[in-house]
Design a protein around this ligand. Structure first.
Ligand SMILES: [Zn+2]
Length: 361
């Protein structure tokens, strides 16, 4: 049997189920019930905040044969069911990260000359629209300037500042907010209830903090914890499971340092510290990570020395290609020095952060 993720299984199919975006949702519902629909929308906001989910609900509402008085789609009529089960193709979801060329947009321009086949409106949901090439943006702009009848564009992006102003000015913009920890926590608890497994409130709250405003991330962490817990997700389970995630964080941190991405390095360090590790744990774990890298860089069979799962060793081997032995030694020295001084430091966190900055320089 195929496992359905919690995110897919409980994805909202009406506006009323969408969490934490009341301004966006209410405005869209008003437009739907008053029939005052725009032909182009720009949905902005960080990942996992519901942009595509809302776009899909909207695309059903505009086409629904029995639109509910509150603006929700009925999810029962021919149009709704056809869209939900994928038999009606007038709503297209396009990922601009992999379809970013002008030819991809030209296909849309040709298609929109014809009326939708089964529905009132053809809807194009273009995800990560900021990834389009300049040429593709120009082609899209031409389409938006002469809006074809019965066509709606919903452009979604995590980086609105990368969308040309000419495009932005043709769209009605909606900003999706990060979802509050409180809203995420209560939604996780409700999801666990609906799905018949136990979730401790303190465990839910730690997951919410780590998800950082993104419901999709929260549900995928919960999925991961549920998978190992046998149906009882406690704080212990979350902490142990995230220990695995924790190692990934150190891989990401070492990547950022190798790439000299100071901003990324600082933000990952910040996540590790907010996740419950103190400055000394961070410094010691990072030092241990560099020691592992040093072994992989210089020993033919590191598995004989390192007590790590084989997939971790493969990742270490891959990562040490980014480092020279000298750089690894410099990182180890830098960290060893501050570890000795940490307990005397008035602000251990600042000391660790400044060291990470130096190593990334
Ligand atoms: Zn319907």
């Amino acid at each position: 049997m195929e496992q359905t993720t919690l995110y897919r299984k409980y994805r909202p199919i009406t506006f009323s189920q969408v969490i934490g975006q009341s301004f966006v949702v209410n405005t869209l519902k008003n437009q739907l019930t008053s029939g005052n629909i725009s032909h182009a929308y720009l949905f902005c906001g960080t990942r996992g905040t519901g942009k595509t989910t809302v776009a899909k609900i909207f695309s059903r509402s505009v086409n629904c044969l029995d639109l509910q008085p509150n603006g929700d789609p009925c999810n029962k009529c021919e149009a709704c069911t056809g869209l939900l089960n994928g038999t009606i193709l007038d709503v297209s979801e396009i990922d601009a990260a992999s379809n970013r060329r002008v030819d991809d947009i030209r296909l849309i321009r040709n298609e929109v000359q014809y009326a939708p086949t089964a529905l009132k409106y053809r809807v194009y949901i273009i995800d990560e629209v900021h990834m389009l090439t300049g040429e593709a943006f120009n082609a899209l702009l031409k389409t938006l300037e002469e809006p074809p009848k019965n066509t709606i564009f919903i452009l979604a992006t995590t980086e609105a500042h990368k969308v040309p102003l000419t495009i932005q000015s043709r769209c009605q913009r909606f900003d999706f907010r990060r979802i509050s920890n409180k809203d995420i926590t209560s939604h996780l608890l409700q999801t666990a209830k609906d799905d018949n497994f136990e979730l401790a409130p303190d465990a839910a709250s730690v997951i919410a903090t780590l998800a950082d405003g993104a419901m999709r991330d929260a549900l995928s962490i919960l999925d991961q914890c549920k998978g190992v817990s046998g149906g009882k997700v406690t704080l212990d389970v979350v902490q142990n499971t995230l220990g695995v995630v924790g190692r990934n964080m150190y891989f990401n941190l070492a990547d950022a340092i190798a790439d000299k991405s100071m901003g990324d390095a600082l933000s990952i360090a910040n996540k590790i510290l907010t996740g419950g590790s103190d400055a000394s744990v961070l410094a010691n774990t990072l030092l241990a990570h560099y020691r592992d890298l040093a072994v992989c860089k210089n020993v033919d069979s590191p598995e004989e020395i390192l007590d790590e799962p084989s997939e971790t060793i493969e990742k270490l081997k891959e990562q040490c290609k980014k480092y020279s032995t000298d750089k690894i030694i410099a990182c180890m020295q830098g960290l060893s020095e501050i570890i000795a001084n940490l307990k005397f430091a008035s602000s251990p966190r600042v000391l660790v952060e400044s060291t990470i900055l130096q190593l990334s320089a």
